[in-house]
Design a protein around this ligand. Sequence first.
Ligand code: IPE
Ligand code: IPE
Ligand code: MG
Length: 239
Amino acid sequence: MEVLETGKLPNHVAIIMDGNGRWARQRGLPRIEGHIKGLDSVREIITVTRRIGIPYLTLYAFSKENWSRPKDEVQRLLELLGLYLEKELPLMMENDIRFNVIGRTSDFPKRLVRQLNDVMTKTKRHRSLLLNIALSYSGRQEILDAVKAIIKDVKLGKVKRIDEKRFSTYLYTGGIPDPDLLIRTSGEMRVSNFLLWQIAYSEIYITPVLWPDFREEAYFEALREYAIRDRRFGGLKEV
Ligand code: IPE
Ligand code: IPE
Ligand code: MG
């Protein structure tokens, strides 16, 4: 299929979509223009992921730490998210894409929370692609929330033994397999509090390409690189 070997496609791709501000600055535009342009990449990457049959995609769209940005940028980002949901619901309906949010959405304005819940409900029976969007997300917070929830269930007698498998069901991503491939655009060599538990054995791919420029070809480059990686999970290389 196309230029990719289907057998070696990742099952779950997670992406830190970074570099919108720099993309805009390089063109002498306000940062928000980078975010707007970045939405075209979001649409393209979702469409390609669905087309080539990768069943899980997680996109880091807004971190808990991003609340510390100037009020105006945060407000515009939230507005964009609302508009995006309105515009892209048909794409999800037509392509059997299930929409899911991970993160503390209760931090968002009520209207947006309603909109997010509405899209999750409308798409909940879709099975071809699970699209996870990380919003107001923090990996450390997610682990703490899981610890609190599991303690509660231990006290109620619902949980007797805590092991990795059981613990991971308490994360926001409970039931979703760990990412095989973690992509970060714009060249920063850090994980910025994203999926700290889940990326324990993910292959990491960092590209200097800024998010608004990250389209099908750049994505395929990442997938081709993934296909030739040797995943050992601590074992020995096969001979
Ligand atoms: C990523 O682009 C989008 C969000 C974090 C919301 P940035 O806004 O971080 O862009 P840079 O890193 O400043 O270029
Ligand atoms: C990470 O990007 C968060 C998202 C892509 C949503 P940031 O731009 O916020 O991360 P830092 O500040 O470079 O670590
Ligand atoms: Mg950034």
